[in-house]
Design a protein around this ligand. Structure first.
Ligand code: PLP
Length: 435
């Protein structure tokens, strides 16, 4: 299978390790050889309700038998507006909210960018170093998590500017929080708006409330609030990209809800339909200043993904999965923090909220080794950013599964520590951390 794949698929596909899934249930995945894995990737933060949740499978089957496709762009699909209404009701925005449905996160970002320009009549957009917003031309121009996403593809979309993110563990300005006073946000005013762009020409700031692909980076307290204040001062739209952080993953429906910031536009995808291709961007009613025909999609918000989206919302609510994400997230964070104290020279940082957790290692090579050592033990995790490993299990994950994952992750770190011992042999691990 690996050989066939290598011969016929695009060499650009990153392929973390040779995982060949056959079927899944909840947080468990079975590969084609019958090996069982604990899936702490959830298909890259997609399978929010776990693999093959019976209610999602039932909704998909029922909708498929009724109507596989009709384009919601040119005709009226009841399931489209039913889902748009249900999703919009979750948006942390005051007043009536509309939603546009897409097939992916990238497309939702593209649509939000077009809407931001159309709504403001302004041209520029700002995003952050470490950000991942997708791979089509508009979204990849906003993306700045790795130079390889741009290499060879220029020129990119004009009018996109990047700013440093609130990444305290490796501060881009070499400062420390809280003494810095959120200097990375001040950088917008003191540098970008001073030397490069008039803020009156900026349509939107695109920001992940927690950076995903960039390394599961949580900005410091107050950072997003201060960013929102800058946006408000200049009439810039605050666009929260919650493709990875949304749909309950952090214990709230949207990660931005941990801050009280009200976004102007909210982008969602990944977990919203438990694995079916569906994305969305939402905004308050008065921002949709574009005429009939200005934006549409043949497949976006197709009936089967919409049915899966509705079932996903119901399962999140009925099974109280947001509360579960909080509880299991705390269990995992506690275990990972213990690991950090034990291997202080190797596990540099442990961070995150709910089931969006990142563990930072000194180098990308070590993060990759830990990822592979986990895979060999039956735990699926994925690298992120320069040198982090992300844990993003389905929201149905149980405490027992989290304890097993912690044990396997610890064993993986122990294995890697064997070839990367403490630089200070006189200070054994337990003493570094005070036991
Ligand atoms: N935005 C964020 C925050 C993401 O994490 C991703 C994908 O990882 C995207 C956008 C792009 O989504 P998709 O891969 O569905 O196009």
């Amino acid at each position: 299978m690996l050989e066939r794949d290598a011969a016929v698929t695009s060499p650009s596909l990153p392929r973390a390790y040779p995982m060949v899934p056959r079927r899944g249930s909840g947080a468990l995945l079975e590969d084609v050889d019958g090996n069982l894995f604990l899936d702490f990737n959830a298909g890259i933060a997609v399978c929010s309700t776990g693999h093959a949740h019976p209610r999602v499978v039932e909704a998909v089957g029922r909708q498929a038998a009724d109507l596989l496709h009709y384009s919601a762009s040119d005709f009226y699909l009841p399931v489209y507006s039913e889902y748009a209404k249900a999703l919009a009701a979750t948006a942390p925005m005051a007043g009536p909210v509309r939603a546009f449905l897409t097939n992916s996160g990238t497309e939702a970002v593209e649509g939000a960018l077009k809407l931001a320009r159309a709504a403001t009549g302004r041209q520029y957009a700002i995003s952050f170093y470490g950000a991942f917003h997708g791979r089509s031309y508009g979204s990849v121009s906003l993306t700045a998590s790795k130079a390889k996403y741009h290499a060879g593809f220029g020129p990119l979309l004009p009018g996109v500017l990047h700013a440093p993110y609130g990444y305290c563990h490796r501060c881009p300005l070499n400062l420390s929080f809280p003494d810095c006073g959120h200097a990375t946000v001040d950088w917008l005013t003191d540098t970008l708006f001073r030397y490069e762009v008039d803020p009156g020409e900026v349509a939107a700031v695109f920001v992940e409330p927690i950076q995903g692909e960039g390394g599961y980076i949580t900005p410091p307290p107050g950072w997003l609030e201060k960013l929102k204040a800058v946006c408000e001062r200049h009439g810039i739209l605050f666009v929260a990209d919650e493709v990875q952080s949304g749909m309950g993953r952090t214990g709230r429906m949207w990660a931005i809800e941990h801050t009280g910031v009200e976004p102007d536009v909210l982008i969602a995808a990944k977990g919203i339909a438990s694995g079916l291709p569906l994305g969305a961007f939402m905004a308050r009613d008065e921002l949709w200043r574009w005429p009939k025909g200005a934006h549409g999609s043949t497949y976006g918000g197709s009936p089967v993904p919409c049915a899966a989206g509705l079932a996903t919302l119901e399962v999140l609510r009925d099974e109280e999965l947001l509360a579960n994400a909080t509880a299991q997230g705390e269990l995992l964070l506690e275990g990972l923090s213990r690991l950090r104290r034990r291997f202080a020279w190797l596990v540099e940082d442990v961070r995150g909220v709910g089931l969006m957790l990142g563990v930072e290692f000194p180098t990308g090579r070590l993060a990759e080794e830990v990822q592979l050592a986990c895979f060999r033990r039956g735990l699926l995790v994925l690298e992120a950013g320069e040198s982090a490993v992300r844990l993003s299990p389905p929201l149905v994950v149980t405490a027992d599964q989290c304890r097993t994952a912690l044990r396997l992750f610890t064993e993986a770190v122990e294995e890697v520590a064997g070839s990367f011992p403490s630089p200070d042999p006189a200070t054994p691990a337990a003493e570094v951390v005070g036991g």
